[in-house]
Design a protein around this ligand. Sequence first.
Ligand code: NAP
Length: 320
Amino acid sequence: MKAIRVQSFGGEEVLELVECDTPSPGAGEVLVRVSAIGVNPVETYIRAGTYPLLPSLPYTPGGNMAGTVIGCGAGVEQQWLPGDRVYSASTRTGAYAEYAVCAADQVFPLPDIISFQQGAALGIPAATAWRGLFIRGGGRTGERVLVHGASGSVGQAALQLARAAGMEVYGTAGTDEGLSLLQQLGARVAFNHRSQGYVEEMKEKVAGGFDLILEMLANVNLERDLDLLAPKGRVVIIGSRGRIEIDPRATMGKETDIRGLSGFACTSEEMARTYRAIGLALEDGSLVPIVSREMPLAKAPEAHRLVMQSGNCGKIVLIL
Ligand code: NAP
């Protein structure tokens, strides 16, 4: 089969397209013929060797793909059947390939109304959004939520899921296309995080502050977020690409919380709950993943370059 292999950590050029053996599913595993692969920012940090958790070399990147089950290992024949359409939360052998082996509880049914490309955009982004809103963030109906960085894959899912839960949703984007997308997705107000006075504008338009902020770039925004929170508000750190200095006193007067989130810290109980909720949201149409760009598997290096740029407004997907 064709797959992307990384022999040493480094720049995009270490993503090489190679021919290799098709993997076989062991006990408790399924083999999936991959149709589409979601490209996530974390895969660039891992490829560069800068992420705290690194795989042993060589490895095939990627956790999120969508495709068709073609084989089942011992013990899962009752759970999955050849021909089932699925999407993955993670894989055992890497998603950037024609075939991937996954633990049977790391794949989920893909409803017929969701394309493989859209299915590849679920996984990490949708699960992160749901956990950020409802598990780490403790979000409740009627609360005011700011998705700080709502035009990206996690942010779009968060906007949709928060709206469906009856929350009052606000979002930020850095381009005109992103701002109009947020409005289409139901943001009450879309703010431009590249415009000078946008924090002041938020304070004016959302008097009382936000009960919950999902933060995609904490190293830039955390200090401002603390100022924007309502009393007892929470900020959930989803993305951060560097350091920031804050005054801890800013959490005291309003008794606000700063909460971290990592997909790697998700328990199996949280995971089951999260993916059940995502399944329901896909079925009732409240969650519709948005794909911004499709590229062939061989273009994985270009996909890694693009995913780190602003203005993507949706998921970059590699297709087979
Ligand atoms: P993405 O699709 O590339 O989206 C990035 C988002 O960040 C876009 O909405 C972008 O807006 C926004 N952004 C850019 N500059 C910003 C600023 N100054 N303030 C606020 N937002 C800004 O990435 P993603 O998949 O949604 O992931 C978002 C971040 O969360 C990434 O850093 C990723 O590594 C991280 N993440 C963490 C976890 C976890 O487990 N903790 C899981 C998934 C993702 P424009 O493009 O419109 O400027």
